[in-house]
Design a binder for this molecule. Structure first.
Ligand code: HEC
Length: 182
């Protein structure tokens, strides 16, 4: 039993212990005094950005079965139009309607940029619907008569919801036209 027993114990263990306590202290000092922190005000913003991205990537569909006048402005029609658009038009007109879809890159004329809205036709709802009935020959823009009439009105409403050039409709003429259009 030596009174110097303390000289014999494992110094390596002590060093490891002191180092880890030291590291923890440094860590807390860093978090407490130097780390810039997270601004809670920014959280809702980035949350909204995530929701928005999700909406662009995979828009949900809306039930339009109860809508009887599909040419009349209605957010459900816009949502359904967005859904149909993703599946039938985005490859040419681009995911956000900027005319930059992969299948439209080599076309001349290029697919229309809907956001910009430089329409070749009059550009009101009737004119856009007619483009979906007949296409725009001789360009690559096909006719879409195979789509149900309601889907075509939904597409017209979706395009009008994103364009900066929303040509005003004459509601009476629109209704007259729409009641016979197929
Ligand atoms: C194969 C590629 C292609 C697809 C798919 C396509 N388009 Fe187009 N679209 C075009 C091109 C090209 C033009 C430009 C034609 C021109 O300038 O003469 C155009 C033009 C248009 C215009 C402009 C009308 C105007 O007055 O200027 C509208 C509206 C339109 N497309 C709607 C649609 C909708 C809605 C769909 C999906 C149902 C669709 N397009 C799918 C190629 C396409």
């Amino acid at each position: 039993m030596s009174s110097n027993g303390s000289d014999d114990y494992d110094k390596g263990g002590l060093i490891a212990f002191v180092l880890s306590v030291g590291f923890c202290l440094l860590f807390f000092v860093y978090i407490g005094f130097f780390h810039p922190g997270v601004d809670l005000k920014e959280l809702p913003k980035s949350g909204a950005a995530i929701v928005q991205t999700a909406a662009t990537v995979a828009p949900g569909d809306a039930d339009i079965s109860s809508i009887t006048e599909p040419w009349e402005p209605n957010p459900k029609m816009v949502e359904h139009g967005h859904y149909v658009y993703e599946n039938t038009c985005a490859m040419c007109h681009g995911p956000k309607g900027m005319g930059d879809g992969p299948a439209g890159q080599g076309l001349n004329p290029r697919p229309r940029n809907f956001v910009e809205g430089k329409w070749k036709t009059k550009g009101d709802s009737i004119a856009l619907f007619k483009v979906l009935q007949n296409g725009l020959p001789p360009s690559a823009m096909p006719a879409w008569k195979q789509l149900p009439v309601k889907d075509r009105w939904a597409l017209v409403q979706f395009i009008r919801s994103i364009t900066h050039n929303k040509v005003p409709d004459d509601p009476k003429k629109l209704e007259e036209f729409a009641k016979t259009a197929d």
